[in-house]
Design a protein around this ligand. Structure first.
Ligand SMILES: O=C(O)C(=O)C[C@H](O)[C@H](O)CO
Ligand SMILES: [Mg+2]
Length: 402
């Protein structure tokens, strides 16, 4: 069996997606996602110029060997561009293998560990009252877990507060817009949101919060401590994780569960955090961390330390990644939760998929493969549009982490 052709499809049905389609001499094809928010065309070039020429003629059933070829063979390892290109190939190859087996992908991974996948949605508002109302809407839709973000008085465009409620897109400008940040103001405000949420809705639902790399380890520890009475499911990205040791300080001071990893590319980014039990949830997902082949290794390492998965699932991960992640979630023994930020109806139409939402959970169907396809004619109607995430600056103009 041979790979006969592969091509990259870029489409923007509301936001940009990079999709890889791999064809074989047996008529079976596979689909993979290589979207890298705000840097999409770098993955397109990496795939078209450096990966696809090597793939032609290879046996698509040799998933592991092709993964190693692309990882070790490039000499230059890791990084978001490389690992997304590898992920796109890996997803497409697993799709092909599962289609040939006539099985949904989760069967090849080891079979079903659960029926539904608990997901969390994004509730946000410009102030506490609006966010409390938005959380109520998610509860009414049946969600069991909700991430809550709020505008903070005195901060311009606080992280996670979109203009829309059910659909909002952080990468919303042709060049990065400038947002603000002030840790003091956030630390004074965020605990009040969760106090209000617990007063209003009680403790039956899981609540989550994303610090988006904004706090120093000491500030993050302080926030975690202040949030303890409100029993969060997790506090995410409370401090940047390039220095994995920084989490020791946070961990020593708070029992609020910690989640990290949406920007991790490999097991090496998470190794010390996991082995020192400095986190509770690992956020790496299929497109970010080199596909299913590599994500499985991260999950297995995490399972040794009772750390659970919490795959990133923002809108910049296409329905192809969402489909793969849901098959992974259906299998993975140490599953925690899955992020689910809804795609627009336009995106859902470009990517027909066999997964659906019901009472706070997502379910995958029995379609062979990962169950997500691309309608190429429709995709062609939405050409690439430059779009960037914002940047963040402190009041005095200093660049900060968005
Ligand atoms: O979904 C999250 O938790 C995020 O932090 C969203 C990210 O900012 C977004 O996916 C970046 O592309
Ligand atoms: Mg996040």
């Amino acid at each position: 069996m041979k790979i006969t052709a592969a091509r990259v499809i870029v489409t923007c049905p509301g936001r940009n997606f990079v999709t890889l389609k791999i064809e074989t001499d047996q008529g079976v094809y596979g689909i993979g996602d290589g979207t890298l928010n705000g840097r999409e065309l770098s993955v397109v070039a990496y795939l078209e110029e450096h990966v696809i020429p090597c793939l032609i003629g290879m046996d698509p059933r040799r998933i592991e060997d092709i993964w190693q070829y692309l990882y070790r063979g490039a000499y230059w390892r890791r990084g978001p561009v490389t690992m997304r290109a590898i992920a796109a190939v890996d997803m497409a190859l697993w799709d092909i293998k599962a289609k040939m087996a006539g099985m949904p992908l989760y069967q090849l991974l080891g079979g079903r560990s659960r029926d539904g996948i608990m997901v969390y949605g994004h509730a946000n508002g410009s102030d506490i009252a609006e966010t409390v109302e938005a959380v109520g809407q998610y509860i009414d839709m049946g969600y069991k877990a909700i991430r809550a973000q709020t505008g903070v008085p005195g901060i311009k465009d606080a992280y996670g507060v979109g203009r829309g409620k059910l659909f909002y897109e952080p990468a919303d400008a042709a060049l990065p817009s400038v947002t603000g940040w002030d840790t003091r103001k956030a630390l004074n405000h965020v605990p009040k949101l969760f106090e209000e949420l617990r007063k209003t809705y009680g403790f039956d639902h899981h609540l989550l919060h994303d610090g988006h790399h904004r706090y120093t380890p000491q500030e993050a520890a302080n926030l975690g401590k202040m949030l303890e009475p409100f029993q969060l499911f997790w506090l995410e990205d409370c401090t940047p994780a390039e220095n994995q040791e920084a989490f020791k300080l946070v961990r020593q001071h708070t029992t609020t569960p910690l989640a990290v990893g949406e920007i991790f590319n490999t097991i090496w980014d998470a190794k010390d955090l996991i082995q020192n039990q400095l986190i509770d949830y690992i956020r790496a997902t299929v497109v970010g961390a080199g596909g299913l082949t590599h994500l499985r290794r991260i999950a297995d390492l995490a399972s040794l330390y009772q750390i659970r998965t919490g795959c990133h699932g923002a809108t910049d991960l296409s329905p192809v990644t969402m489909g793969c992640a849901l098959h992974f979630d259906t299998w993975v023994p140490n599953f925690g939760i899955q992020e689910y930020m809804r795609h627009t109806p336009e995106t859902d139409a470009v990517f027909p998929h066999d997964y659906w939402f019901e009472k706070g959970e997502l379910f995958v169907g029995e379609t062979p493969g990962h169950g997500v396809d691309i309608d190429e004619d429709l995709a062609a109607k939405y050409p690439y549009k430059p779009a960037y995430l914002p940047v963040a600056r402190l009041e005095d103009g200093t660049m900060w982490n968005w």
